[in-house]
Write a protein that binds this ligand. Structure first.
Ligand code: NDP
Ligand code: OXD
Length: 321
């Protein structure tokens, strides 16, 4: 009989996501690795790898032979939400499928604001036919991307193809063709003065928590073709001060926002965001993690690591992303 524990078990620990599709995909990609679904198997010494989305705190520290944690998201703030997180490598999602989905979302929302989608939907609801010829060209609009990582760089390239001017801001200086790049604290002010539409693709870390607040909105000084700037946040809800967003919309510091992520998800039925005329909401749907594209590369990494190879797409624990 084959010893199916030879390769070590996988622990699958998910909150808020149905495990069935992930279990199926793991069964197909790793038939020789048994999978334990949390909450079973706590402290099981045969578990070598954990595959997680918002794992329960203090779960992973009980596993004596854990070799690595695989996040099922590109963002890893959900993994760090555990004060007892064991000191093993953390691998995050970097996947062409996820990146393509995010760039689609960014292009969709940028175009929607640029082509006055919210205005036309309101006119349709009120049965108003109002022809205006004031539509600007994409080249008249600068899109500023906060976060020039895997997702931000791809979105920047695709927005350029659509004809937009693109600027971007990251922690470290980047050189990207056709993108005006700013970095760090000293680059923030000129970046905020550079764009008409801001797309947020930052990770949630101690440095970025609540970065999207009144003081930042008041430094978005460009009053371009869309009037006040537009904010699109597909990073994390913890990046945004939600009361400040509502106040900035009402005061005209922001003209409109698209929010895919919220401090509390799901967004409660009483949230004022639902009915605000200048708010577009999507339910953390910008770029889904899809089992059929993510699991095979994760299992390939486990196999390579067992053979002594290096893990890739590792999270920098100090930086928090
Ligand atoms: P990366 O780690 O590849 O990129 C992060 C970028 O943010 C980098 O450019 C980094 O700078 C920059 N950054 C980090 N901290 C700071 C800071 N303090 N100041 C300025 N810039 C900073 O991440 P991804 O592009 O793969 O993903 C980004 C985020 O998107 C994820 O963390 C996740 O929260 C979110 N996401 C949301 C999804 C959704 O469906 N809504 C789906 C997938 C991801 P530098 O390059 O210098 O390191
Ligand atoms: C992610 C997400 O981080 O889905 O990948 O939010």
């Amino acid at each position: 009989m084959t010893d199916t524990t030879q390769k070590g078990r996988i622990l699958l620990a998910l909150t808020g996501w149905s495990p069935d599709v992930w279990l199926d995909e793991l069964g197909r990609a790793a038939p020789d690795r048994p999978v334990t679904l949390e909450p079973d198997g706590a402290a099981d010494p045969s578990i070598h790898y954990a595959v997680v989305w918002k794992q329960r705190p203090a779960l992973l520290s009980k596993l004596p032979n854990l070799k690595a944690i695989f996040s099922l998201g590109a963002g890893v703030d959900h993994v760090f939400n555990d004060p007892d997180l064991p000191q093993v490598p953390i691998v995050r999602v970097v996947s062409p499928d996820l990146t393509t989905r995010m760039s689609e979302y960014v292009a969709w929302q940028v175009l929607d604001h640029h082509r006055l989608g919210p205005r036309y939907r309101a006119q349709q609801a009120a049965r108003i036919w109002h022809e205006d010829r004031s539509q600007k060209a994409a080249a008249d609009i600068t899109v500023g991307i906060m976060g020039l990582g895997e997702l931000g760089r791809d979105a920047a390239a695709k927005l350029r193809v659509l004809g937009f001017q693109v600027s971007g801001w990251a922690r470290t200086q980047k050189q990207l063709e056709g993108v005006t790049c700013y970095a760090g604290a000293e680059g923030l002010l000129p970046f905020l003065a550079s764009a008409d539409i801001f797309v947020v693709l930052l990770p949630l870390t101690p440095d970025t928590r609540n970065i999207l607040d009144r003081s930042l909105f008041s430094r978005m000084t460009k009053r371009g073709p869309l009037g006040a700037p537009v904010l699109i946040n597909a990073g994390r809800g913890g990046l945004q001060n939600e009361a400040d967003i509502l106040a900035a919309l009402d005061e005209g510091l922001l003209s409109a926002v698209t929010l895919d992520v919220f401090q509390q998800e799901p967004l409660g039925p009483d949230s004022p965001f639902w009915s605000h005329p200048n708010v577009t909401i999507t339910p953390h749907a910008a770029a889904a993690s899809v089992p059929s594209s993510l699991i095979k590369p994760i299992v390939a990494q486990m196999d390579a690591h067992d053979r002594g190879g290096k893990l890739i797409n590792l999270v920098d624990r100090k930086a928090g992303y």
